[in-house]
Design a protein around this ligand. Structure first.
Ligand code: FES
Ligand SMILES: [Fe+2]
Length: 400
C-alpha cells in the first residue's frame, strides 16, 4: 500500500479556491453535468442491493436514467432506463424485483433481464425486430469491491479499479464485497447550495474541531486527509484514546466489539475513500457507507447514499453500527448550514475571496482536478453568457 500519510502541501500553494461565480452559474452546472457527471464513474449501488436475479434499482441524474438489474445468470448489468420504442421508463420504481421480464408501462414492450428485447406488443405491427439491436441500451459498468459503478458517456477516465487500486490491500480484510444493505439506497436529502460547496466541506478536516463535537470527540486527534491524487482521496481517523466525553461517542466506543478480522491499526478507526468528482465510501469497523452529491442546477444539490453491514453481525456490532450511524447523521446536519453560509458569502459586497489552510489542501486538490477538466474555473469572472462550453473548449485546446 502506498503510504501517503501526512503528505504536506507544497510551499506557496494557491490558497484562494475557486472563483465565487463557479458556485452560482447554471451554465457551468450544465457543463459540469456533461464533463464531470456523465463522463465519470458514478457509484450506483452495491451488488447486495440487487442480490437476487430479477432485483433491480433505478436512479436519475441530470437527464440520465440508469437501471441496474441482476440477470438470471447472476450477472449485474446496467442500462439506460429507456424503452427503445418511444422512450418511456421501463421500470418506474426506484427498486423492485421482476420475475422474468421488464415490461414497459407505455405499450408493453418486454425486455429480458439481460436487456435483450423479448418482444414488442402486437409484433405484427412492426417489421422484424432484432432482440439485441432493439434491446435496452447498456451503460458502461464496473464492479469494484462489491460496488457497482456506471458511466453514462465514454471518456478517458481510467477504470475504477485503477483509480482506487492503491486502497485494495487496505480494504481486503473488510471484505466489503460480502456486506449486505442495512436499508435501501436513498436520496436522503436535498440542500439549497451548489454541489461543490457540499464537496468542499467534506474535503477537509480543519472544521471538525469546531463544527463537529462528536467527531472531534471520537477521532479529533488522530485525523488526517490525503489529497485527491489521480482521482482518489483518502482520509484516516484513528479514535482518540479514552472513553470519550460525549454520550454518543462514549456509548459507541464502549459497545464496539474488537474487529479481530482487521489489523489493529483499523479496529478503532474510520477510513474515508473519495472518488472524484462526487462520491465517498466510509469504512468503519462496524459498517460501511457511501454518499454522493449530484447537482440539480447551480443552486441545488441532491444527496444520495446507503449503509451496509457485515453478514454475520453480532448484537454488539449491530448496536455499534446504530451508534456510528447516529454520529454520522448529526455530522451531516452540522455540515449543511456551514456549506450554505460559506457559499452565499460570494454574493455579499463584503466578500473578498477565501484563504485555505494547509489542513484544507484536500479542497485545493479537488479544485485542481476540476480545473484540469474545466479550465474556465481559472477565470476570475465568468465567460460571456452563452459561451461557457465554447470558452472551456478553447482553453482546453490552448493547453495542448
Ligand atoms: S414506449 Fe415502451 S412500449 Fe411504447
Ligand atoms: Fe463536516
Amino acid at each position: 500500500m502506498k503510504d501517503l500519510t501526512h503528505t504536506s502541501p507544497p510551499k506557496n500553494w494557491d490558497r484562494t479556491g475557486l472563483p465565487g461565480w463557479a458556485y452560482f452559474s447554471d451554465e457551468l452546472a450544465e457543463l459540469e453535468m456533461e464533463e464531470l457527471f456523465r463522463k465519470h464513474w458514478q457509484l450506483a449501488c452495491h451488488v447486495s442491493d440487487v442480490a437476487e436475479p430479477g432485483d433491480y434499482l433505478a436512479f436519475d441524474v441530470g437527464g440520465e436514467r440508469a437501471l441496474i438489474v441482476r440477470g438470471r445468470d447472476g450477472i449485474v448489468r446496467a442500462f439506460h432506463n429507456l424503452c427503445r420504442h418511444r422512450g418511456s421508463r421501463v421500470v418506474t420504481d426506484e427498486r423492485g424485483h421482476c420475475k422474468s421480464a421488464l415490461i414497459c408501462p407505455y405499450h408493453g414492450w418486454a425486455f429480458n433481464l439481460d436487456g435483450t428485447l423479448r418482444g414488442a406488443a402486437q409484433p405484427k405491427s412492426f417489421p422484424a425486430l432484432d432482440p439485441v439491436e432493439w434491446g435496452l441500451k447498456p451503460l458502461e459498468t464496473e464492479i469494484w469491491q462489491g460496488f457497482v459503478f456506471v458511466r453514462f458517456k465514454e471518456s478517458d477516465q481510467p477504470a475504477v479499479a485503477e483509480i482506487m487500486g492503491r486502497f485494495d490491500d487496505e480494504l481486503a480484510p473488510y471484505d466489503l464485497a460480502d456486506m449486505v444493505p442495512v436499508g435501501t439506497v436513498d436520496w436522503s436529502d436535498e440542500t439549497a447550495v451548489n454541489w461543490k460547496a457540499v464537496r468542499d466541506v467534506d474535503n477537509e478536516g480543519y472544521h471538525v474541531a469546531m463544527a463537529h463535537p462528536a467527531l472531534h470527540d471520537l477521532y479529533g486527534k488522530g485525523y488526517y486527509d490525503e489529497p485527491y491524487i489521480g482521482g482518489a482521496s483518502r482520509s484516516f481517523a484513528s479514535f482518540n484514546p479514552g472513553p470519550g466525553a460525549l454520550w454518543s461517542v462514549r456509548a459507541y466506543k464502549s459497545v464496539l466489539p474488537e474487529a479481530t478480522w482487521l489489523p489493529e491499526s483499523h479496529r478503532q478507526a474510520w477510513l474515508y475513500l473519495g472518488l472524484f468528482p462526487n462520491a465517498v465510501i466510509g469504512v468503519y469497523p462496524d459498517s460501511m457507507i457511501f454518499y454522493q452529491e449530484f447537482p440539480d442546477g447551480a443552486g441545488k444539490t441532491k444527496l444520495r447514499g446507503a449503509a451496509y453491514r457485515r453478514r454475520d453481525e453480532s448484537r454488539e456490532m449491530r448496536a455499534a453500527r446504530y451508534l456510528s450511524g447516529r454520529i454520522d447523521t448529526i455530522t451531516a446536519e452540522e455540515d449543511q448550514m456551514l456549506t450554505i453560509w460559506s457559499c452565499e458569502a460570494a454574493l455579499s459586497s463584503g466578500y473578498d475571496g477565501i484563504l485555505l489552510s494547509d489542513l484544507e489542501y484536500g479542497v485545493k486538490s479537488h479544485h485542481d482536478h476540476l480545473r484540469a477538466l474545466l479550465p474556465v474555473l481559472n477565470l476570475e469572472e465568468p465567460p460571456e453568457p452563452g459561451t461557457m462550453a465554447e470558452v472551456n473548449a478553447e482553453m482546453l485546446a490552448g493547453r495542448e
